[in-house]
Write a protein that binds this ligand. Structure first.
Ligand SMILES: [Zn+2]
Length: 159
């Protein structure tokens, strides 16, 4: 996973996770990377200096280790699957699932933790959303009974 600091043509700054640099390029090219503030698909990578990184977020392009190898942060382990390169069916299913998720959810970007909580609390219109959350934010949501789940990474992006 790789996190990019992005900026839209309205100069909104936000961050988004991608499975790889290639995944970002592909999604951006297809107009799937949109600004969480104005929904513009015209986004570009922003240069982010370390001193403008927000809150407890680490370095803008360094992905944290997966939860399973980061027990010191108290992140829950995730169920893992070793996908054999010959398991074409599994890869196709994951790809289809991802496409369905992307098709039926609204990308709220970095506003995800806040928006998920508002929907859970009935303070925002109930609707399926997707976006980014840190492990800490995700854990806090789960502890508060907000039903969220990780989006499976695309099986195609490590090739
Ligand atoms: Zn914008």
């Amino acid at each position: 996973m790789i996190r990019y600091a992005l900026v839209c043509d309205e100069a909104h700054e936000f961050e988004s996770w991608f499975a790889s640099a290639g995944a970002y390029d592909e999604q951006a090219r297809r107009g799937f990377v949109t600004c969480p503030f104005c929904n513009s698909p015209r986004v570009a990578k922003a240069i982010m200096a370390p001193n403008v990184a927000r809150r407890d977020r680490e370095d803008s392009v360094t992905a944290p280790a997966p939860a399973a190898v980061q027990p010191s942060q108290g992140a829950p382990s995730q169920d893992m699957l070793l996908v054999d390169s010959k398991m074409a069916e599994v890869r196709a299913m994951v790809r289809a699932l991802r496409e369905k998720i992307m098709e039926h959810t609204t990308d709220v970007g970095a506003a995800f933790p806040e928006e998920a909580r508002r929907i859970h609390d009935g303070d925002a219109e109930a609707r399926p959303i997707r976006g980014q959350a840190s492990w800490e934010e995700a854990r806090a949501l789960i502890e508060d009974g907000v039903e969220i789940m990780p989006i499976p990474p695309s099986p195609d992006e490590r090739n």
